[in-house]
Ligand binder design. Structure first.
Ligand code: GDG
Length: 475
């Protein structure tokens, strides 16, 4: 059946896995994008196009748990060059302030172009006449333009989940102009933060030569493209309900007990990614232990590092670095039955995440750069008793909304140490004041509000701008 709402993302919301009996099956995949977009899909009976992981080809469309899913296949070379290469070793570091050094390879770019063509072609096949297509994230920045050429009848939205860099960094990309033009195929280009949208508009003006006015871009073909911020959020009510459930309450107590009922539990939950600032945070914490500011008999730091992009070189290096650091800290500062850091390299079901959020007194979120950071918001939504402290990096998009967190600069280890101590020693009244305010924000701006505002803007009337424009100059 032709689809009236199509979500196009690199990943499907399910992974191809081997079930216990050895047969192939499906399992819900973790990650920010999936958590955020799935409720929108369900509410609109949408179809989701994406890669299920692995190299299996010819997978037929299917329904899973009430969702229409269309799997895209990728061969080993595409995974290496398009996904691990251009997406995660070129774009990802450039878009995250060069926290790691990006690599440029012309064959990776060729793979990026060809995979974007494949996704666009499949979307063009299944979208109904006049359908709305919502393309997601940095792996598919060329899809809007390719799709517009194939299907001018479609309404096309694009949303970038990660930051969009300032011109000074973006300019390094040898294919900067093609990427800007790719995105301009959309009617609406959404970003997490207003600064990112402004970066994009400025680059389009400078590099592609189109006329712009505030958040609008006027194209020579008469179309107007809008670039604006739509800060993403979470299913706040859903998380709170889960956190309040008896099972999660019981599990949360069991976690505290298993940790030896310490007075304070610090918690970090991140994909194991160099943008997340895991190393710096653990170092800051260990210095507090070493200085006797925090006692290992009374506190523990639980760090969950969810395996991610394990075949990308930078991620392998990071894993080794964190392994070594945790080993050293525990060796130097732990006691029998009292590790300084309880380190878990694994992913967990949502219920376990909620139990961890409930068990934690201080949530520590310290990315060097992060589009939003849903973990911070999930923690807040799980603290239904208005307690618990959030230590949050200024460089996470979430910091713009969660102003009552202890905001830190992750490059400033001493500043981070002070904030960790303050959060740890804050009196209950102070915690309640801060948490109440943050909870109000998250409840008002939940994922349903996010999706609704993007979709409303995307479905709004479009008029040709009627301006006479010179053709864009080659920049
Ligand atoms: C990108 C941007 C932006 C994690 N581990 C498990 C698990 N998760 C879920 C969390 C949360 C999500 O994954 C992680 O989202 P974040 O926002 O924290 O980070 P990224 O994965 O880097 O997401 C980010 C986001 O996209 C959305 O636009 O906020 O800035 O980088 O929802 O709960 N879920 C389960 N088990 C795990 O082990 N079930």
């Amino acid at each position: 059946m032709p689809a009236h709402l199509v979500i196009v993302a690199n990943r499907l919301p399910v992974d191809r896995v081997e079930l216990e009996d050895g047969t192939p099956g499906w399992r819900r995949s973790p990650g920010g994008l999936v958590s955020a977009v799935e409720p929108v899909m369900r509410a609109n009976d949408g179809t989701w196009i994406g890669w299920p992981g692995g190299t299996e080809s010819d997978l037929a469309p299917f329904d899973d748990d009430g969702m229409h899913l269309v799997p895209m296949s990728m061969n080993a070379r595409e995974i290496e060059e398009f996904y691990e290469g251009f997406s995660n070793a070129t774009i990802w570091p450039i878009y995250h302030d060069l926290v790691a050094k990006p690599e440029f390879h012309r064959e990776w770019w060729d793979a990026y172009v060809s995979v974007n063509h494949k996704f666009a072609a499949r979307t063009a096949e299944i979208a109904a006449k006049g359908a709305t297509v919502w393309v997601h994230d940095y792996q598919l920045q060329l899809v809007p333009q390719i799709l517009r050429e194939l299907r001018p009848d479609l309404r096309i939205g694009f949303y970038l989940h990660i930051p969009f860099p300032p011109a000074e960094l973006f300019q390094q990309l040898p294919w900067r102009r093609q990427i800007l033009e790719g995105l301009l195929g959309a009617d609406l280009v959404g970003f997490q933060m207003p600064g990112a949208a402004a970066n994009f508009v400025r680059l389009v003006r400078q590099r592609v030569g189109h006329k712009t006015h505030r958040d609008l871009i006027y194209l020579p073909d008469g179309r107007t493209v809008r670039a604006a911020a739509f800060p993403i959020s979470i299913d706040a009510a859903g998380f709170e309900e889960l956190a309040q459930s008896e099972a999660v309450g019981v599990r949360s107590k069991a976690i505290r007990e298993a940790l030896g009922n310490p007075a304070k539990i610090f918690l970090g939950i991140d994909r194991l990614d160099y943008t997340k600032g895991i190393y710096a945070r653990l170092r800051a914490y260990s210095e507090l232990l070493a200085a006797g500011e925090i006692d290992v008999e009374e506190a523990v730091f639980v760090q969950v590092a969810v395996p991610s992009r394990e075949r990308v070189e930078q991620y392998k290096i990071l894993r080794d670095e964190i392994d070594r650091l945790v080993g050293r800290i525990n060796g130097d500062l732990g006691r029998i039955g009292r590790p300084a850091i309880s380190y878990l390299h694994s992913s967990y079901p949502r219920e376990e995440m909620a139990a961890l959020y409930r068990a934690a007194d201080i949530m520590v979120v310290t990315p060097y750069r992060d589009g939003m950071n849903l973990v911070a918001k999930e923690y807040v939504s799980c603290r239904f008793e208005n307690d618990g402290a959030l230590v949050l990096s200024e460089f996470a998009g979430a910091a713009a909304e969660l102003r009552q967190a202890w905001l830190i600069n992750p490059y400033d280890i001493n500043g981070m140490k002070s904030a960790l101590l303050e959060a740890c020693r804050a009196d209950p009244k102070e915690l309640t004041r801060r948490m109440k305010a943050m909870r109000k924000t998250i409840i008002q701006h939940d994922v349903a509000a996010w999706a609704e505002s993007f979709m409303t803007e995307l479905s709004g009337e479009r008029f040709a701008h009627g301006k006479t424009l010179r053709p864009a100059e080659q920049a």
